[in-house]
Each structure stands twice: as structure tokens, then as C-alpha cells.
Design a binder for this molecule. Structure first.
Ligand code: NDP
Length: 369
């Protein structure tokens, strides 16, 4: 592909605009009407409490079901996304810029003084647009922050499935593609199965909704996390059986550590007496868990996530660094995030954190880091 045709494939068409808006409309409607557990969110400074309807899994399954039936009946093209990957990327990017400019302007004009909607304006327009000025803006009753996170994770799966459909269409479905798709499906379905855990994350509770978050959710997650699938469409890999087995082991261990660690902390926060691996939990200062994964390293959940990320790339073999974009990015991100979280916890828990550090000296990987 020459440079001019590469550039022209980024130009948004009406078809890509319709695809994107159709997806958002579906998500808005499905998220509002489908049944789902109503999870209470953070209590805000003004005493009000946010609530999130966790029906992401049902919304996703229904959408995939509708698309498969539509594809089977020739109403929709299952390869529409993979045929228009680059223009969908630029359309989504432009959408993120426009929507965050609107959020900025609407936030500035808002007279709402509630903690959730009170504008935090620094006066630096770029800063305010980038980080956002409102904590939980909504549109027609839809919490936009929760909506965009959901859209990003579902978008990743839809891109993957369309790439899978493309590889079937061009008859190059490989063992590597099946492994990559399988691991991602499990990871994303698991994410939506435990969607309520998302409601207590830092992004949802504390970050304002600006370009950084919207771009991260809508562009970065779906379009960069799916690089392996795109790469496998045009590259052939022969994996020996031992490599397939090793790859599956990395995935399973990563999953157990990632989900196990996050679940142990989640359960502990809700019930500090909840058993960990069948034993009463060991706790420091009444606040910090030292049992289970949290007694092995202070961020074992990051280790699990990194192993999972690696397992998504290993099906591509080692001939190119391109499919390793996601694990490399995640390694840098999580090391940086761990440092920031460490500083926050040291500040918040003071001596209790120092005691925890002595009891659990490893940050992410025991005996290495
Ligand atoms: P964590 O889930 O690790 O939460 C850190 C917080 O947990 C701390 O600030 C503290 O908060 C509490 N805490 C820390 N240690 C203990 C302990 N021993 N006992 C009890 N509470 C403790 O942080 P993240 O939100 O960063 O990560 C959540 C998941 O999301 C991880 O699995 C991570 O890998 C994943 N992630 C994935 C990304 C991706 O791009 N794929 C990006 C970022 C995260 P408190 O003040 O409440 O006690």
C-alpha cells in the first residue's frame, strides 16, 4: 500500500460514522432497558450516591447474537469493521475530540453544584479539556464515564470478531488466530461478568471525564489492544505443540492470579472476615490484607494482567515486535501506576503501609521486582 492510499484509508466515510453512532445508540438503549444488578457507586461529597446498572454482559451477548443472525441472513456484513479499520479509527478519534469539546463547554456552562457535576476549572483550556472538568457527566440519564469504558471493552471484542470473520472469509484462519481470539473472548467476557468491580476503580470514582479518559476508552483500548488480530490477518505463524501448551499455561496462570487477586481484595473490602484460600485473612492495622495474593506481592493483580497480556501476543510467535505492543505498553503503564499507587497508599495509611511493606517486600513479581 503506497502512502497516498494509506492516508486515504483514514478518511472517515458516512458508513463508518453510521457504524459508530449505531453502536453507541445500541449501547445507550440496551444499557438503559436491559435488566442488570444496580450497583451503588461512590458516595459523593454532597451526600448523593451514584448507581450503575451492570448489564454489560447481557448487552454484549445480545449484540453479538443480533450481529450473527444479521450476518447469517445477509443483513449485516460481519467484516464491516475489519474492512474499515483505519477509517473507524479516525472516526472514533474525531468523535472523541468533538465529544470532549462539548463536555468541556457544557461543563463550563453548568450551574449544577453537586460534587459530581460541579465544574473544576483550572483556567488552562488545554488542561481542562484533557483532564475534564466534571466528575460524572451524563447524557439523557446515561452516565457517560461508565458508558465509554463499556464501549471500549465491547469495541475491542467487536473488532476482534470482525477480524476473525475476515480471516474465515479469506481462508487464512490459523491456530494462532484461534488462540488469540479465545483468550481475548474469555478475558472480555470475564470483565463483563465482573463488571460491578469496575464501579470501584480509580477511573470511575476519581477521574474527571476529559479527552484523556475518552480517548483511552474509545480509541486506545479497542484499536491498540487488537493489534495482534490485525497482524495475524497478514502474517503466518507455525507454532509447535509445546509452544501452544506453554501459551495456554501462561494464560491460565495469568487469569488465576489476575482474577484471584482482584476478587480477594474486593471480597475483603466488603467483608474483612471473608476467608482467603479457606483460612481467616491476616490483616495489618485492620485495613490491609496480607493473605492470599496480597501476601505474595503488593500488586499481584498487575502480575496476572501482565501474564494475560503476554499470552495474547505469544500466539504471534517472536518474529516481530509489533504484536507485543500491548504487553510492552502495559508493563510500562503498570510499573508507573504501581509507583503512583504506592505513594498514595504510603500517604493514606502511613505506618500501617510501612508495616505492610516490611511484611510483603515485593512490588509485583516476587524475587525480581
Ligand atoms: P488495584 O486494584 O491494585 O487497587 C489499588 C488500591 O487497593 C490501593 O490504592 C488501595 O486502595 C487498595 N489496596 C492496596 N493494597 C491493599 C491491601 N493489601 N489490602 C487492601 N487494600 C489494598 O488498582 P488498579 O485500579 O490500578 O487495578 C485494578 C485492575 O485493573 C488490576 O488488575 C490492573 O491490572 C487492571 N488494570 C488494567 C489496565 C489495562 O490497561 N489493561 C490499566 C489499569 C489497570 P484503598 O485506598 O481503597 O485501600
Amino acid at each position: 500500500m503506497d502512502f497516498t492510499s494509506l492516508l486515504s484509508s483514514f478518511i472517515p466515510s458516512w458508513a463508518s460514522v453510521c457504524l459508530l453512532l449505531g453502536f453507541f445508540n445500541y449501547l445507550g438503549i440496551a444499557g438503559s432497558i436491559l435488566p442488570g444488578k444496580l450497583v451503588p457507586g461512590a458516595i459523593l461529597a454532597d451526600g448523593t450516591r451514584l448507581h450503575y446498572r451492570c448489564n454489560g454482559l447481557l448487552s454484549l451477548l445480545l449484540l453479538v447474537g443480533l450481529l450473527v443472525i444479521g450476518g447469517w441472513m445477509d443483513f449485516v456484513s460481519l467484516t464491516a469493521i475489519s474492512d474499515r479499520g483505519l477509517e473507524l479509527l479516525s472516526t472514533t478519534f474525531i468523535f472523541s475530540v468533538i465529544v470532549t469539546l462539548i463536555l468541556y463547554m457544557a461543563g463550563c456552562k453548568s450551574n449544577d453544584r453537586s460534587a459530581s457535576l460541579k465544574p473544576h476549572i483550572s483556567g488552562n483550556i488545554i488542561d481542562d479539556w484533557w483532564f475534564g472538568i466534571q466528575l460524572n457527566p451524563n447524557f439523557l440519564g446515561v452516565d457517560l464515564k461508565f458508558f465509554f469504558v463499556r464501549a471500549g471493552m465491547m469495541g475491542w471484542l467487536l473488532i476482534n470478531l470482525s477480524v476473525l470473520a475476515k480471516s474465515i472469509q479469506v481462508a487464512n484462519l490459523s491456530q494462532s488466530m484461534i488462540l488469540y481470539q479465545l483468550f481475548c473472548v474469555i478475558y472480555i467476557m470475564d470483565y463483563f461478568f465482573y463488571e460491578e468491580y469496575m464501579t470501584s476503580t480509580w477511573d470511575i470514582i476519581a477521574e474527571r471525564l476529559g479527552f484523556m479518559l475518552v480517548f483511552g476508552d474509545l480509541v486506545w483500548i479497542p484499536f491498540t489492544f487488537s493489534i495482534q488480530g490485525w497482524w495475524l490477518l497478514s502474517n503466518k505463524v507455525d507454532l509447535p505443540t509445546a509452544a501452544v501448551v506453554a501459551n495456554c499455561c501462561v494464560f491460565v496462570i495469568g487469569y488465576l492470579v489476575f482474577r484471584g487477586a482482584n476478587k480477594q481484595k474486593h471480597d475483603f473490602k466488603r467483608n474483612p472476615k471473608a476467608l482467603i484460600w479457606g483460612q481467616p485473612p491476616k490483616v495489618i492495622g485492620g485495613k490491609l490484607l496480607v493473605s492470599g495474593y496480597w501476601g505474595i506481592a503488593r500488586h499481584c493483580n498487575y502480575l496476572g494482567d501482565l501474564l494475560l497480556a503476554l499470552s495474547f501476543s505469544l500466539p504471534c510467535g517472536i518474529s516481530s515486535p509489533v504484536p507485543y505492543f500491548y504487553p510492552i505498553y502495559l508493563l510500562i503503564l503498570l510499573i508507573w501506576r504501581e509507583r503512583r499507587d504506592e505513594a498514595r497508599c504510603a500517604e493514606k495509611y502511613k505506618d500501617v503501609w510501612a508495616e505492610y511493606r516490611r511484611a510483603v517486600p515485593w512490588r509485583i513479581l516476587p524475587y525480581v521486582y
